[in-house]
Write a protein that binds this ligand. Structure first.
Ligand code: ADP
Ligand code: MG
Length: 256
């Protein structure tokens, strides 16, 4: 694989994996991301919280370039985000994303869902892709569902398949955008447990969630957003027991 060469001054510091600098984005008149500076270290688990409409999903979507930005820079592993083509497909593989709505391919089996990207984007041999897919399905606890279609699975199972599918690409970082918000309550924990295990295994993760139990137990850092800005960030203990900004105090009083 040819590596894009990076000028020395652009290279990230050793531990830095995702770096956003002065990122700004508008939707028409709406300034949805305002001067976002955010650095995610390798192996770090960052939970992003904030009121609805504060820009959390847009932030996630800019990191794998589902949205473009108007100003600022985003680098992954020291490289600026590619604009198009094969490089973009590779970026989307490097940055795994799990959405609120599971987004599996409905007309493919569970196994095929987890194999597809490995073969198409990573150019993996089919046998190897299948073996890896089965391993991952086992890891997320749905190995016995391999030959079923997504619609035959529960929401919690589908979301675990979506996680396995992203992991199959061997991503550098995983983005989760409210991965349990669309689930029935009894299925939330089975998905959170898979995410907890991933975190323990050292995966770099950016997680938008309202599950404060997950934030307390799995996050290294909580980032609080409001009105398109990062208002404060702190270790979970510190953030939950002693939020500094009025916006965060107000938000926490409503959800805790
Ligand atoms: P959050 O995930 O924190 O709820 P979003 O990032 O989804 O916030 O949205 C932030 C703001 O941007 C909201 O006001 C939303 O309505 C607006 N928005 C999101 N996506 C678009 C879009 N594609 N076009 C126009 N406005 C959008
Ligand atoms: Mg959102």
């Amino acid at each position: 694989m040819t590596e894009v060469s990076v000028a020395k001054e652009d290279a990230a510091a050793p531990g830095e994996l995702v770096v956003l600098k002065s990122v700004n984005k508008h939707f028409g008149a709406l300034h949805v991301l305002q001067d976002i500076d955010l650095t995610i270290e390798r192996g770090e688990v960052v939970v992003v919280i904030g009121p609805s409409g504060s820009g959390k999903s847009t932030l996630c979507r800019t990191i794998n370039r589902l949205e473009t930005i108007d100003a600022g820079t985003i680098t992954i592993d020291g490289k600026p985000l590619p604009q198009e083509g094969k490089e973009l497909a590779r970026l989307r593989a490097d940055v795994g994303m799990v959405f609120q709505s599971f987004n599996l391919f409905a007309h493919k089996t569970v196994l095929q869902n987890v194999m597809l990207g490995q073969v198409k984007v990573r150019k993996a041999d089919k046998k190897k892709a299948e073996a890896n897919a089965r391993l991952l399905l086992d890891r997320v606890g749905v190995a016995s569902q391999a030959d079923k279609y997504p619609a035959q699975l529960s929401g919690g199972q589908q979301q675990r398949v979506a996680i396995a599918r992203a992991l199959a690409m061997n991503p550098k970082v995983m983005l989760f955008d409210e991965p349990t918000s669309a689930l029935d309550p009894e299925m939330i924990n089975e998905v959170l447990e898979v995410m907890q295990q991933l975190a323990r295994d050292g995966m770099t993760m950016i997680v938008v969630t309202h599950e404060m139990g997950f934030a307390r137990s799995a996050a290294n850092r909580v980032v609080f957003m409001a009105d398109g800005r990062i208002v404060e960030q702190a270790a979970p203990d510190q953030f939950f027991s002693n939020p500094r900004s009025d916006r965060a105090k107000d938000f926490l009083s409503k959800i805790l």
